[in-house]
Structures are given as C-alpha cells and as structure tokens.
Write a protein that binds this ligand. Sequence first.
Ligand SMILES: *Cc1c(COP(=O)(O)O)cnc(C)c1O
Length: 375
Amino acid sequence: MPDAVLRAMHRASPNIYEGELHDLTASLIPDLRRVARTTGDVAIYIGNGHAAWEASLANLCAPGDRVLVLCTGRFGHGWAEMAEKLGLVVDVLDFGQTATVDAGRVTAALAADTDGAIKAVLVCQTDTSTGIRNDVAALRGVLDAAGHAALLMVDCMASLGCDVFEMDAWGVDVMVAGCQKGLMTPAGLAFVFFNARAAARQVARVSAWWDWTPRARPAQFYQYFDGTAPTHHLYGLRAALDMIGAEGLENVWTRHAVLSRAIWAACDVWGSAGPLRLNVTDAGLRSHSVTSIGLEAGQGDALRRWCEHTAGLTLGIGLGREPADAWFRLGHMGHVNAQMILGLVATLEAGLIACRIPHGAGGARAAAEVIAAAS
Ligand SMILES: *Cc1c(COP(=O)(O)O)cnc(C)c1O
C-alpha cells in the first residue's frame, strides 16, 4: 500500500453533498477506463472481489440461465459457486492447477450448445491460487470461431494494473476487478466494466443495489454508490491512479514483468538442487502478479512461518492445493520495486537455509542479475 494512498485517505470526512468529492469521483472514471483499456462503462460498488462477481452476474443472468466457467484454479471455482448459488445452471470446464484454458475443450463445449443457451463464458485472466495467466485474446478468438454469441466475462482482480490487458482490443464484454491488488488501495471498492454489447443484454429484473446502469451513468451523485459514497477509498484510489498515470501503464506492466522474471530466476536456481518448483512450468503462461511455489509436505508452512516470525515477511498460503502445507505464494502486484523484490528473494533464501530445505545456492544472485540486465 503506497504511503501516498494512505496519506490521501488520512483526512476528515469530506462534504458528501457537493464540491471536491463529486469532482474527484467523476475524475476516477476516465482513469479507470484507461487502466482497463476500454471506452466502455464502469460501475463501482462498495465491496470486495466477491461483490464484483455477484454484480456482474446479477446484471446479466436470471435464475435458470446457463453460464460456462473455465477454471484454472480456486478462483474460477469460486465464481462458478457464486453463479450456482444465484440459481444459474453452471457448466464448469476444469483445466486443473498447472495448465491454462485449452481452446479445444472450449470449442467443443460451445459446439455442443446447439441452441445457444450459454449466456456467458467466465474466466480469470490470472487465477491467484495457481499463478496461471490465461490468454484472453485467444479465448475471444475461440468464441468468434465458434460463432457463439455468449458474452466473454473476465476476472482481472489479480491482473489489472499488473499484466497486459486490453479490454476493447481483445473483445472482452465484461471485466471485474477490485481495488486492493494492482490498484494498491485498501480493500473496499469493486469494479464492473461492461461494454455496449453487455449493456444491451442486461436482464429485466436487477435489484436497485446491483443495477449497474445508474452507477455507470448517474443522474445524481448518490447513484454512483446507491447511497453514501466510500469517501476515503475514493481519495485513496485517486492517489493510486495518479501513481499509475505518472509511471505510465505500459511501464507498470514492464516493471511487473521484470520483477517476475527476477523471482523466477531465483526459483530456478533454488529448484536445481532440491524440491522447490514453480507451479507453472512455462514462463509464458505465468502471471506477473502472483507466483505459486511448491515444496514438500510441511515445508511450505515451515518457510512461511519462518519468514513471518523471523523476518517480518508475509507469504501467501497454498490456496486450494494438496497438501496445502507444501505450497506458498508470492504476491508481487502493485506497489513493488526492485528493492522490495530483492528483499523478498534474499529473505526467502535465508528461510530456505534456516528451515534446512535443500536448494541450489545463488538464487538471490540470479534475481539480481535479472534486475541489473533490465536496467
Ligand atoms: C482476490 C481475488 C478474488 C476475490 O476477491 P476478494 O476481494 O477477496 O473478494 C477473485 N478473483 C481473483 C482472481 C482474485 O485474485
């Protein structure tokens, strides 16, 4: 969380009826569009990523409607479970935890839907539990080639502002995100981006709270949030978007790519003489915001505990993995620079030594070489 974001939030309550807060809120919209690379609409909700999941489905699907969910980890299944609880008929294609979406299977599922019942195809660009990054542009190609009219809905919670994403150029109809990952703002704002094609397919009955239309096109300020604005989060987000704008989105993407490669270079060295392995073998299919790493049973938890208690470094748990205590994850999204990532890598190396987990020597050196070469 950048200090600039926290400082922007540290203020007295603003006037919610007129003035600065209204102007500031309006100013967020074009910058959110810029980060998502869209000229489409964006609705903002007070909520987390789960709220964005529900918001997107509530606007486009009624109970009994069919959706196809492409799963490459725990979060894909999470979106599918939410759809099920909303009464939708959910077809899940599970691609496991180490592979990206397979175009052939998606093509077959769409071809089998001869009456065009599937209203939307749902996928995570990055599944945060596995660190797999799906090729969203290719998926658009699969839908087009199949001649299927389903909307393409993409979860960019973990990838927006980290990995290259082009909502309009890639033909994404709906994109959901939250503010607490690449957008560097404390959890509490959820975003649903939608294009004209999706807007035209809004279902007849949407609750006033979930309805994205007044939020995206408010006639009155209170309609942005259907009630009191999330005042301080808006100031925080303004500061975060200013930081992204000042650096330049392409530079933000490049920074994430370089720092990811540094982490992976260290992992390759550590794994050359021991059990440590990157979950996704093909570097081209790895997320630039989160990396999932496997060890032997118990070792992942031991390393996490050492890093947390000895070095003040919090690692992610092995979400959805078996055995969970063999796995851990590194979040490298948003407010990260070379100094932080080299600190992360060196701390992990210290942890591997302290926990007596066999590993190849020189991981930190390998990461440093990647950083140096990119400068
Ligand atoms: C974090 C995340 C979510 C859920 O977001 P919450 O804010 O925890 O509800 C959903 N999908 C992906 C890919 C995520 O990384």
